[in-house]
Design a protein around this ligand. Structure first.
Ligand code: PEP
Ligand code: CO
Length: 454
């Protein structure tokens, strides 16, 4: 790895200066003329979000850094083009809204809602190839790049998929915007309250009680006020995805018409993955030049000094709300690893929001070969993260989850005790295992308990 002094001058950021740095996890396209055609087209298409929205999210994350809000980020590991459906989008929005309701009402926290949605189409892979039996093919890298089916033609990188991904992102975002602006996200709407829990879930009763108190509170507010708050009828909902595929991210990075600099307008909140966050790398170069708030994943082997260096590089002016460090360490390892990271960042004086991703350090293989995660490991890592932050006089300010609003069978355990034998029944993920609706709601209640601890 290059040390900062050996890097090309960092002051000369351009939207394509990332090309001067080594880029990991990038697809190669055999037909470069075809790639160029798609890239040029993408550069001319309208942005998906506005710089005003991006600035608003940065301000909200700054509030979370100050302790007056909490970040809830969640969605698929990898979105798929086939799942760009009304039901799938609505159910993801619904579970995130209901989780945030639990947190707002239970933990008395303002919630910043961010979906892993409307662009989470590119995946880093630990191996370039996948072998099944006698056949070895290129790995699936997400619908933005190739297709999941184990077939030579489907696994070929196709530049036109970037355009399909942009379009799916726009369709998804359009539906999210209309749902979050009223009706569906209106606290008076019954859909908001419906709980599709199985009746024997221990959290069902707790949720119903909470809903009853909330209804009373709403009635009270509307009785005494002739001017009810707009917040009761709509919500802010932001999008995020891993900024992995650099040409795609470059094409959506635009200079603001109001002269406030460059923004990635393909999403509100890009994040840099654990595998592509090295200081000398192209991903850091592209992201350091934009104004968006951004996440950086931090794994168990991260060097605290390097993380501090990285935060400085991405946020030289120590701008509030800009950097969210998302630690994903693994249950049982948090106590040993996290304090050094927290202390190094605190000593540097850099402002960050600390968020726990209790998913990516807890992936295991079931006997059947399914990639899975144990609910207890997810919860265990989350609880340890809360405890360690408290001990270090720091604050855990959010959670980053892989979840779906549907009744999938991808993670083990939870109140219904999903077992290895159940995994095959609704194992629908194209990448990592997600919490199902009920497991996600259980996590929301557990987070509430943790936040309320003195
Ligand atoms: C992910 O969030 O899906 C992911 C690949 O995470 P990480 O970079 O933390 O491994
Ligand atoms: Co994942």
């Amino acid at each position: 790895m290059l040390s900062p002094s050996e890097l090309p001058s960092r002051s000369e950021w351009r939207v394509d200066s990332w090309k001067e740095f080594p880029a990991k996890q990038q697809p190669t396209y055999l037909d470069s003329a075809e790639f160029q055609k798609v890239f040029s087209r993408l550069c001319t298409l309208p942005p998906l979000v506005s710089s005003w929205e991006v600035d608003k999210l940065r301000e909200q994350i700054a509030l979370a850094q100050d302790g007056s809000a909490w970040l809830l980020q969640g969605g698929d590991c990898a979105e798929s083009f086939d799942e760009c459906t009304s039901a799938s989008i609505a159910s993801k929005l619904k579970v995130l809204l209901q989780m945030s309701l639990v947190l707002i009402f239970g933990a008395k926290q303002r919630i910043v809602r961010v979906g892993r949605i409307a662009g989470q189409y590119a995946k880093p892979r630990s191996s370039d190839t996948e072998t099944q039996g006698e056949t070895t093919l290129p790995s699936y890298r997400g619908d933005l790049i190739n297709s999941a089916a184990f077939d030579a033609a489907q696994r070929k990188n196709d530049p036109w998929l970037m355009l399909r991904g942009y379009e799916r992102s726009a369709l998804t975002l359009n539906f999210i915007r209309s749902l979050s602006e009223g009706g569906f996200a209106d606290l008076h709407h019954p859909e908001y309250w419906n709980l599709d829990f199985v009746a024997d879930s221990p959290e069902c009763e707790r949720y119903q009680k909470m809903v009853a108190s909330l209804r009373d509170a709403l009635d009270f507010i509307e009785t005494i006020s002739t001017n009810p708050f707009p917040e009761l009828r709509r919500v802010d909902f932001f999008t995020s995805h891993e900024a992995l595929h650099l040409p795609y991210e470059e094409a959506l990075t635009r200079e603001s018409v109001r002269g406030t600099g460059w923004y990635n307008l393909g999403t509100h909140f890009p994040w840099i993955g654990e595998r592509t966050r090295e200081i000398g790398g192209a991903h850091i170069e592209l992201l350091r030049g934009i104004r968006n708030p951004m996440g950086v994943k931090v794994g168990p082997t991260a060097d605290p000094d390097e993380i501090v260096e990285l935060v400085r590089l991405l946020n030289p002016d120590n701008m509030p709300g800009r950097i969210t460090l998302i630690h994903r360490i693994g249950n049982g390892k948090v106590e040993q690893t996290l304090p050094n990271l927290i202390e190094a960042v605190a000593a540097s004086g850099q402002q960050v929001l600390w968020v726990c991703d209790p998913m990516h350090g807890n992936t295991v293989s079931a006997k059947s070969g399914h990639k899975t995660r144990k609910f207890d490991d997810v919860l265990g890592e989350l609880r340890s993260a809360f405890a360690v932050h408290r001990e270090c006089h720091s604050r855990l300010g959010g959670v980053h989850l892989e979840l779906t609003g549907e009744n999938v069978t991808e993670c083990l355990g939870g109140a219904t005790g999903l077992s290895e034998d159940d995994l095959h029944t609704a194992y629908n993920t194209t990448c990592d295992p997600r919490l199902n609706y009920e497991q996600a709601m259980e996590i929301a209640f557990s987070i509430t308990n943790e936040i309320l601890k003195p």
